[in-house]
Design a protein around this ligand. Structure first.
Ligand code: DGL
Length: 270
């Protein structure tokens, strides 16, 4: 049994880390498409083709269920994959819906009609491709009425984090928060809509102010995965060990991942 966790690079390790902490016995196949990161500046067709290739590789490694721990792929490719590509006996889930269910005070998988919710002004921080897909607003509109969303494309931030350049990443977070606040001075909630951004969660929180609730995905995705596996144990797949695959140079990616997770993490070539 193995659950696939996909990201364009290392950001999805924030989700993996939480899943591992919550379900230490669950074998996982983590796939980093490091040769093609970042996805956030690519076209939807390109993101779709790359995400299908990576997902197929995880199916070939024994996964029946793949989590796109990448908002950009979830936003730009997931719906099209589910409609046209995913085989009947496999499942591909994204990371957007659990976050929106939490924001709109729903239990996992509650598909009842949209209703008024407590939060009215939401700031979304995400990659340029995620912002231009408008997938967040679409999924939110299925669940909530009257929520005002202001989205900030955070150009450059994924590159800085993949390169381990924290000073640049912090400066970029501050300037993206400033830009957002010029358009929405008082957001009640902020969504970190990219799996790389939890690394900068404190910087976002400081720049936004203590009265803004910052939602980041790792715990939400892990909780909803545990719930999903309880309801669909057949989706566990037939892999038996945890492995880390990359389309990039395994040694470089392993070094960065070890830095990122602060423990030895060894990638092999996909
Ligand atoms: N970490 C991914 C996301 O959640 C991908 C970022 C990128 O490759 O641009 O959007």
């Amino acid at each position: 049994m193995a659950v696939g966790i996909f990201d364009s690079g290392l950001g999805g390790l924030t989700v993996y880390d939480q899943i591992e902490a919550d379900m230490p016995d669950l074998p996982v196949c983590y796939f980093a498409d490091s040769a093609h990161t970042p996805y956030g500046t690519r076209t939807p067709d390109d993101i779709y083709a790359l995400t299908c290739d990576a997902t197929q590789a995880m199916f070939d490694h024994g996964c029946n269920l793949v989590i796109l721990a990448c908002n950009t792929a979830s936003a730009a490719a997931l719906r099209r994959m589910q409609e046209n590509w995913v085989p009947r006996d496999k499942r591909v889930l994204g990371v957007f819906v659990p976050m929106i269910e939490a924001l709109t005070e729903r239990t996992w998988g509650d598909n009842s009609p949209p209703r008024e919710v407590g939060v009215k002004h939401v700031a979304l921080f995400a990659t340029p491709a995620t912002v231009s897909s408008r997938a967040f607003q679409r999924e939110l509109a299925f669940r909530a009425i009257g929520v005002d969303v202001e989205a900030q494309p955070c150009g450059g931030l994924v590159d800085a984090l993949e390169d381990g350049d924290e000073m640049l990443a912090e400066a970029l977070v501050r300037s993206h928060v400033d830009a957002l606040k010029r358009r929405m001075p008082h957001p009640q909630a902020a969504i970190l809509g990219c799996t790389h951004y939890p690394l900068m969660q404190q910087v976002f929180q400081d720049a936004l102010g203590a009265d803004v609730t910052v939602y980041s995905q790792a715990q939400l995705v892990s909780d909803s995965l545990a719930d999903y596996l309880k309801r669909h144990p057949d989706m566990l797949g037939d892999g038996t060990e945890t492995k880390f695959l990359t389309t990039g140079d395994p040694r470089t990616v392993s070094d960065r991942a070890t830095q990122f997770l602060r423990r030895k993490t060894t990638f092999e070539a996909a």
